[in-house]
Every structure is written in C-alpha cells, then in structure tokens.
Design a protein around this ligand. Structure first.
Ligand code: NAP
Length: 421
C-alpha cells in the first residue's frame, strides 16, 4: 500500500508490516514500567494502555506508529542543539497526507508543533498532529503549544512521551477539555530514549553521565607508565567520536589532563551542534602548562576545582580557561546542568571513573574493550578506587548492547546501583 506524495515523505508499507509495527509498539510500551532506572520517572507518564487505545483498530494504531516514527526522526535533528530543552519533532497529517513537519531547533525558538503547524499552514484545519512529546500548556520562553494547536483547528493529537516537567505538563488535559481527541504513549519508549538526559535533568537537577573508556581485556585504562595511546583500533575510536558529537560536554580528570594533554574535540565524526564543552575536574588547580590543548579555540573549556587557591589558577585564567570552585563532584555536575550541559561524556581516567561510580553519579557505561592484556598492579584500572566490598554491592549493567568494532568490542548499558534494588 502507498500513501501520500505531496512534497514530503512517501510512506510505503504493506498489510503485513502494519500489524507487526503495532505489536512491537505495544510490547515496548509495556516495558516502560520495568526499564526506567530512575525512580519517579513514570509519575507523569501516560502509558499506552487498553483504556486510551482500545477504540483504535490495529491498522489505525500502526498508522499512528508510522507517523510518530517520522516525528521522532525529526526530533533527532535536535541532538546536541536543544538542551536544556528536550528534543522534539512533529508532523501534521490530513486525510492520509503528511502536510507539515517541524522540530525544535534550540532553546528559546519555536517548539516542534508550532513549526509543523506553520509548515502545514491553512490546510491544518481538521488535521492530526503527531508530536514526540506531550504539547506544553504554559508560557515559557515561547507561548503554549496547546494555544497554537487550538488556533489551527486541529482535531486529533497523538503524542509519544509525557512531559515530566511540572512547569510544562498537562497539555493533553487542556486539549481534551477543548474537545480534541488525544492519544498518548505511542512509541514512547523510542521517544523517551531520545530525551533520557532531559528527563534525568528534570527528575534530579543533574546531567546524565555516560562513563566511557577504552579498556584492555583485564580492565586496564593505561600501563604502569600511564601510556594509553592507543588501546583500541580506528573503528572503535571513530565510534567514540560519534558519541562525543551527541554530548554537550566531555569531562576528564586532572590526571588525564597531565598524562595525555587531550584535545577532547570531535574528530572523525560530523558535529551535530555546538562542539561539546571541554571540562577538567581536579581537587586543586592543576599545574599550568601553556601547551595545553584545551586552551585552543576548538571548543570552550572549563575546570571545576575544589581549591583554587594555588598560584596556577591565575595562569590558567589568564590563558582563557574558566576556573569554577565547587565543593564536590555533585556541585560541579549541578553547575553543568544549570548551564544547559545535560548530556555529559565522562572519559576518565581511573580515579575519576571510580569517584563517579562510588558516588552513583554515572548512569550509563560505554566500554570499548580491546583484545590485549596490560597487566600490573601499578597500571591504571578502570575502577581505580575502593571498589565494591562484596558481590551484593557490585554495580550491574542493564539493557546491554554489544557490538563488534574491528577487533574491539563495544559494551554499552545502563548502570544499576545496589541502592536501586
Ligand atoms: N583508556 C582510556 O579510555 C583512558 C581515558 C582517560 C585516561 N586514561 C589514562 O588514565 C590515566 C589517568 O588516570 P588517573 O586515574 O591517573 O587520573 P584521572 O582519573 O584522570 O584524574 C585523577 C585526578 O582527578 C581528580 N579527581 C579524582 N577524583 C576526584 C573527585 N572525586 N573530585 C575531584 N577531583 C577528583 C584528582 O585531581 P587532583 O590531582 O587535584 O587531586 C585526581 O588526581 C592516564 O594514563 C591516561 O592515559 C585512559
């Protein structure tokens, strides 16, 4: 079967694929209650249940999923651009034709629904809006999206994720009260995944931290002479640069700054938005060195230090590095989140990985494991700290992905702490 031509996308799918998509979407929706490691996440969620979907045929539900998939695809254009706002995409559909599409470009600019409605123009009267996040109903930096939807004469709204932001949530109720048919939770797992960092920030006030490292088979980050270049091969390193391009900030410890003088830039991958902020964390301001690569103009850089009282602080500041004094790691992270850096890639080394794990401040793990052994009691371990005292206290990995990258293996998953059991 074939729908729509218009200037937009051509949707092609068979009678066989439609029920299949419906089933997959239903399955994912049911998973929500179990997958979210963050307590309180599901508080505002409208899960796709029998009660709000039962009137739809499998065919209609599959159509909804198909258009929602397009909305989520548009939302992805906001990766590395929209924070502290969520990534949101929307399409407007009338009589089986896609007549408008839009996405949220960056904070302060129009929301996805408004852009999609503008694209559809006057044809939007009587149409359906598919949006990857529940429309907002409050004045923020822009007027409420519910107003734009009502003004455009929309008859039906389908959304994926519920808005967990208490300042913005409730749009679906406003629309329902105005007589619009509203369905929530369609492809919400996929849409939620796109905004993991935003949802985490709303729930905790902290950024979502991905701990990333290249490790040997025996879990080492570097040799006893602190040599780590390179543990993994080109494919793994290119992959890591693609992940950097999706993050708002890259964080390393003072030891890595000293040992590696890293650039912390996105190379071997296309930048999606602004270059990520480069961040160093130290207890005391590290020794100044003029050849530090973080002092070039490739991206902004800053250091969080507990004690900025030594003579190096002035030299760093003079060379253009921002130094911010904080009381602990959590305060540094909170400051990052407050400055709109919600998705953080923490690249180590071993002491900083240990500090994040032991404080429960890392949320996702991204390891590239190379087929080699480094060995040694003085080499740098991935978790170079106290570690778990017994097996009941180990940190586990959930939702694990494994992927071969050349000779290396990527292992990625959500960190699950004993306190969350
Ligand atoms: N294979 C990889 O993916 C990878 C990645 C990065 C680094 N490395 C390697 O790892 C080695 C460096 O690792 P490392 O463990 O020696 O150093 P590190 O973790 O990069 O940095 C350690 C420093 O970070 C600061 N720090 C640690 N915990 C802290 C906390 N809770 N709060 C504030 N500051 C904290 C301290 O700064 P102060 O000095 O001020 O106390 C500490 O000395 C290098 O050999 C590097 O090549 C490998």
């Amino acid at each position: 079967m074939c729908f729509v031509v218009d200037k937009h996308i051509l949707f092609n799918f068979s009678a066989f694929v439609l029920p299949l998509q419906f089933n997959i979407a239903s399955f994912y929706s049911a998973q929500i209650k179990y997958d979210s490691p963050f307590k309180g996440f599901s508080v505002n969620k409208i899960v796709w249940t029998e009660s709000n979907m039962s009137h739809l045929s499998a065919y209609d539900a599959a159509l909804d999923s198909t258009y929602m998939k397009r909305a989520i695809g548009l939302a992805k254009k906001g990766i590395a651009r929209t924070h502290p706002n969520p990534r949101v995409g929307a399409v407007v559909v009338k009589n089986g034709k896609l007549i408008g599409e839009g996405w949220h470009h960056c904070a302060g600019e129009a929301h996805a629904e408004v852009n999609a409605l503008q694209d559809a123009g006057e044809q939007a009267v009587g149409a359906c809006v598919y949006v990857s996040l529940e429309p907002c109903c409050k004045h923020g930096r822009t007027p409420p999206c519910t107003e734009a939807i009502l003004k455009a004469g929309i008859k039906r709204v389908v959304f994926a994720s519920s808005d967990p932001n208490p300042n913005m949530a409730g749009g679906s109720l406003v629309l329902k009260k105005a007589g619009i048919e509203v369905i929530g939770g369609v492809m919400s797992v996929q849409a939620d995944a796109l905004n993991t960092a935003f949802f985490h920030y709303i729930a905790t006030g902290l950024p979502y931290v991905i701990s990333k490292a290249a490790i040997s088979l025996d879990g080492k980050l570097a040799t006893y002479q602190h040599d780590s270049q390179w543990i993994t091969g080109a494919k793994a390193r290119r992959h890591a640069h693609r992940v950097r391009a999706e993050c708002d900030a890259i964080v390393v410890g003072a030891g890595t700054l000293k040992d590696d003088n890293p650039s912390l830039t996105v190379r071997h991958a296309r930048l999606k938005g602004k270059p990520p902020l480069r961040v160093v964390i130290a207890k005391r301001t590290p020794r100044f060195f003029a050849e530090c690569k973080l002092l070039n103009n490739a991206a902004e850089s800053r250091m969080y230090v507990y004690d900025a009282s030594n003579e190096h602080t002035a030299s760093w500041c003079h060379a253009g590095m921002a130094i911010i004094e904080v009381v602990d790691l959590q305060a540094a992270l909170r400051h990052l989140a407050e400055s709109a850096y919600l998705q953080v890639l923490m690249e180590g080394g071993g002491q900083l990985h240990a500090a994040f794990l032991e404080a429960g401040l890392a949320h996702e793990l991204l390891l590239y494991q190379a087929p080699l052994l480094i060995g040694g009691t003085e080499s740098v371990n991935f978790w170079h700290g106290l570690g778990a005292p017994h097996m009941n206290a180990v940190v586990r990995l959930l939702a694990i992905q494994r992927r071969r990258l050349g000779d290396d293996v990527m292992i990625r998953g959500k960190l699950f702490y004993p306190s969350e059991m």
